[in-house]
Design a protein around this ligand. Structure first.
Ligand SMILES: NC(=O)c1ccc[n+]([C@@H]2O[C@H](COP(=O)([O-])OP(=O)(O)OC[C@H]3O[C@@H](n4cnc5c(N)ncnc54)[C@H](O)[C@@H]3O)[C@@H](O)[C@H]2O)c1
Ligand SMILES: N/C(=C\C=C\C=O)C(=O)O
Length: 499
């Protein structure tokens, strides 16, 4: 196992870059590697060093040691200053991070700039500042002897936090967990998705260069079962596990950490609804549902795969959506005006296409899309699918109940508020909902009746990082964001002083 100060090395024989793990302040290769594929054209971007159990163990031990090293002695103000330096480091290498994210995912460069990497900077800065405002409690207590007692709480780090993140918004979601975990004084062993290792690897260099002490932030690459993911969840040295990914994976991880009674924070799947009332601003609703259905090729947990439109405007809305979908530009990430790139992989495309076939079997009317675009160039080796709209399915259809996680939505008419609230809530998931109406009394009333973690009214995915983020039912456990992150990533002790 060779060690070096660089995040990647060359496999001269194959002429490929090899991304490394980052453990205890050093970049480590491994005997086993896997390929990182560009979903635009199927080309190999790099090999990735897969962390074995010994490497994960070494990372957890380094993280444990770091808790009692310089990191554990820093004040919250000093920690916050270091996290701002990490944010500065990301900004200084912003275009490298954009290139890394685009290579792994094929997304439009503009999205990587304005969403993915910008939010990674914001995540570090937000939680650096929030940590300094973390509240504690103090209660003066009357006692029988009249002297009284004083109760106050102190916040302490949990210890070593395991972070496991998905591929759809790689650096945004990776740092959404790493930043608050570090801000609260923990140390971290983090595993990005095997589909999107590049930006997290670059972050490890930025962490080192920002002066984050060895062992505080550790990066291990690999898969889930029988790989780095499972080694991490089952490691006795992990104090808590924060995970974003599929609901089924969340269930598996919950079992893995159960024996150790570990705290978990889960941000899981969704089958989110958009509800368009006849009194909405029609053009704004069309534009909003286009965003909420097709952003990131529908690979956002908050995307609307179910769209309910009040009957008087249903036909007009479907026609408008069909026209707008036909105008979506599928292209190379760097193309001007590109709206949509490929899905993350051929494997994920096969899953999405299986639902495109299933919809026809279930009796859907395919209003737009439903297949694979033909470009006549190297993109035909990529993982592109057509943005797709269905109508005509019953609420019981699998395509209306199961998360597809692609650029597709089903549009159904409704007649009353009570009816649509019941239909929106008739789901195994409960993550997000977007309501479009200019009747704000109705907006407040309906929003409170919908059983999800996040409701947007006349907008979608507008984010204030101080607010709670998370879902109910199969969409997750717990909330992160603002003080909710501080509460998850800290232990609170109560100290009672007899006066
Ligand atoms: N609620 C949210 O905030 C949110 C955000 C983004 C994505 N998601 C969900 O994530 C899913 C898409 O992401 P994905 O395909 O990467 O999800 P996934 O569950 O397949 O993988 C997520 C991560 O978990 C790891 N993993 C898989 N099996 C594991 C196991 N047994 N033990 C430990 N780790 C394991 C993977 O390697 C990856 O790093 C969708 O369902 C989407 O809704 C939810
Ligand atoms: N957690 C967040 C986004 C999740 C997106 C899901 O794909 C966020 O914006 O903080």
């Amino acid at each position: 196992m060779d060690q070096t100060s660089q995040a990647s090395t060359d496999n001269a024989a194959q002429g490929r870059t090899v991304l490394r793990n980052y453990v205890d302040g050093e970049f480590l290769s491994s005997d086993r590697t896997f390929l990182n594929i560009n979903p635009v054209d199927g080309s190999v971007i790099a090999e990735v060093s897969e962390a074995d159990q010994a490497t994960v163990d070494r990372a957890v031990q380094a993280a444990q040691r770091a808790l009692s090293g310089p990191w554990g002695k820093l004040s919250v103000q000093e920690r916050a200053a270091m996290l701002h330096k990490v944010a500065d480091g990301i900004e200084a290498r912003f275009e490298e991070f954009v290139a890394a994210e685009v290579a792994d995912t094929g997304r439009p460069v503009q999205q990587a700039r304005t969403l993915d990497i910008a939010r990674a900077v914001a995540n570090f800065r937000t939680f650096a500042d929030l940590a300094k405002t973390a509240n504690t409690d103090l209660y003066e207590m009357h006692t029988a002897d009249g002297a009284g007692a004083l109760n106050y709480t102190v916040r302490k780090p949990l210890g070593v936090v395991g972070v496991i993140s998905p591929w759809n918004l790689p650096l945004l979601l990776f740092t959404w967990k790493v930043a608050p975990a570090l801000a609260c004084g923990n140390t971290v062993v983090a595993k990005p998705s095997e589909e999107s290792p590049s930006s997290a690897t670059l972050l490890a260099e930025v962490m080192r260069d920002a002066g984050i002490p060895p062992g505080v932030f550790n990066l291990v690459h690999g898969f889930g079962k029988d790989s780095a993911g499972e080694f991490l969840t089952r490691h006795p040295g992990i104090a808590a596990l924060t995970f974003t990914g599929e609901s089924s994976t969340g269930s598996t991880i919950m079992k893995a950490v159960a024996d150790g009674v570990k705290e978990v924070s889960f941000e899981l799947g969704g089958k989110n609804a958009a509800v368009v009332f006849a009194d909405s601003d029609f053009d704004a609703a069309v534009a909003g549902v286009m965003r909420s259905s097709f952003t990131n090729a529908g690979q956002v947990c908050l995307c609307s795969e179910r769209v309910y439109v009040e009957r008087p405007i249903f036909d007009r809305f479907v026609a408008a959506m069909r026209e707008r979908v036909g105008q979506l530009k599928l292209g190379f990430p760097h193309e001007d005006g590109v709206d949509m790139g490929p899905l993350i992989s051929h494997g994920h495309r096969d899953k999405v296409l299986s639902y495109y076939r299933l919809a026809r079997e279930e009796g859907a009317t395919v209003v737009a899309g439903g297949g694979v675009p033909r470009f006549g160039d190297e993109r035909d080796q990529g993982a592109y699918v057509e943005p797709t709209i269905w109508t005509g399915l019953p609420d019981t259809a699998r395509c209306v109940r199961e998360e597809i996680f692609g650029p597709v939505c089903h549009i159904a008419p409704f007649d009353t508020e009570d009816e649509v609230v019941a239909r929106v809530n008739d789901s195994d998931y409960g993550l997000a909902c977007a309501l479009w109406t200019n009747n704000l009394t109705r907006a407040h009333r309906a929003a409170r009746r919908i059983h999800v973690g996040l409701v947007w009214v006349n907008t979608w995915y507008l984010r204030d990082l101080r607010t709670p983020f998370g879902g109910v039912k199969l969409s997750g456990l717990g909330r992160e964001g603002g003080r909710y992150s501080l509460d998850f990533y800290s232990d609170v002790s109560n100290i009672c002083i007899k006066l």
